[in-house]
Design a protein around this ligand. Structure first.
Ligand SMILES: Cc1ncc(COP(=O)(O)O)c(C=O)c1O
Length: 379
């Protein structure tokens, strides 16, 4: 296949001297994102403190994320991390006597999310951590089977950080609804690489940070909450940006902004917002559905090459049931990042796997080259 996004490669200067395949951790820096961060620094050094410009960047980042997932900007809160987003939203649920107490999640969720759910136990929550297996792509079915009439919250990772397996969030959301529970979707490993439509997929709550497939930095996360659901929730983790009028400076008035915006807390990360805006706007221009199709092709290439090289793959064997990450089991994965870098490849280790996670700017040759370099290092 000809690389359908070849004309965008020049926007990612690192590609001239390295093959960056670490979108499951940090995607490549683009010139639009760098320019947005430079503009922020120029504003800071020349205008001092430009709240108007800062708030505009935050609004535009929310709007770009909203467009990416087919929501409205006012339904999106801006926080510092996905863990913060989960904490803010769960703080609005009560797990007392006579109420639903169950939170269902899986061992393939990013651990930080499980920690947020476990931290609700002193508040009365009963956490059911369902064992899921890498490479099998049935985490969604397993958590759906664990739902019952006591479940308040089902938490799923749309794409797993470890093996890349995908969960059909429309199906798990329907299963949650059938039991009277709401679903929290961790989209950190899918947003920007997997098409998301919170309305068509009837998503209740969805959170994603900017550092991975959204082409931005750490330090910012977006939280969508379905408007009718948000309206009935009052977070106890809060701050002035969750108010109707943050700049009213009224210490006595605890009102909640309409929609998902009520889950914002303190001063938003403006510099990270400027970067995220530029990254997400670029993705909206390129089009995530086309990116998703191309990444499925790269997965096919990766899975075939890994098989040819006799590498042990931890990811699902079906390219349509995984995101772009092809995780390869290797001895001492963390120690291999450096020799892979020296060989020209930026890749990311987690536990016992090295993750090859391309984005739309990568080519099939990038993926094949990385797997061959890895096979040579482990042989
Ligand atoms: C799927 C997933 N969720 C959550 C996180 C952590 O997000 P944060 O550090 O923003 O809380 C990660 C980080 O790698 C992740 O891969």
């Amino acid at each position: 296949m000809r690389h359908p996004f070849a004309e965008y490669r020049h926007l990612f200067p690192i590609l001239e001297h390295k093959v960056q395949l670490s979108s499951c951790s940090q995607s490549a820096l683009s010139t639009p994102v760098r320019r947005a961060m430079d503009d922020y620094l120029t504003s800071w050094s020349q205008r001092g403190a430009d709240w108007g410009y800062w708030m505009e960047q935050v609004f535009l980042a929310r709007a770009a994320f909203a467009r990416l997932v087919n929501a409205r900007a006012e339904d999106i809160a801006v926080l510092g991390s996905v863990s913060d987003a989960a904490s803010a939203v769960v703080s609005a649920l009560s797990f007392g006597a006579g109420q639903r107490r169950g939170i269902v999640c899986s061992t393939l969720d990013f651990p930080s999310l499980c920690h947020v759910w476990l931290a609700q136990q002193p508040r009365g929550a009963r956490v059911r951590l369902v064992t899921a297996q890498a490479g099998v792509a049935d985490a969604g079915d397993r958590v759906a089977r664990a739902l019952d009439q006591d479940t308040a919250l089902l938490a799923v990772s749309q794409a797993c950080y470890y093996d890349g397996q995908l969960v059909d969030v429309a199906a798990t959301g329907a299963a949650a609804r059938a039991q009277g529970a709401v679903q929290f979707v961790d989209a950190y490993q899918s947003a920007g690489a997997v098409a998301i439509d919170v309305q068509a997929q009837q998503v209740d709550i969805l959170a994603a940070g900017a550092q991975k497939y959204l082409l931005g930095t750490p330090g910012i996360a977006f939280l969508y909450v379905r408007p009718a659901l948000a309206q009935g929730l009052e977070p106890t983790v809060t701050g002035w940006f969750g108010r109707r009028e943050p700049f009213a400076f009224d210490p006595a008035r605890l009102d909640f902004a309409d929609g998902g915006a009520r889950f914002s807390t303190g001063t938003p990360p403006m510099l990270c917002a400027a970067a995220a805006r530029a990254g997400i706007e670029l993705l909206n221009e390129v089009g995530v559905p086309a990116i998703q199709d191309y990444l499925a092709y790269l997965s096919e290439v990766a899975l075939e090459e890994a098989a040819r090289l006799h590498l042990e793959v931890a990811s699902p064997a079906d390219p349509l049931r995984k995101n772009s990450n092809t995780a390869v089991r290797v001895p001492d994965a963390a120690a291999l990042e450096k020799p892979m870098f020296d060989a020209g490849y930026v890749v990311s280790a987690r536990n016992d796997v090295l993750r090859i996670a391309p984005h739309f700017y990568n080519t099939a040759d990038d993926v094949v080259g990385a797997l061959r370099a890895l096979a040579a290092l482990v042989s």
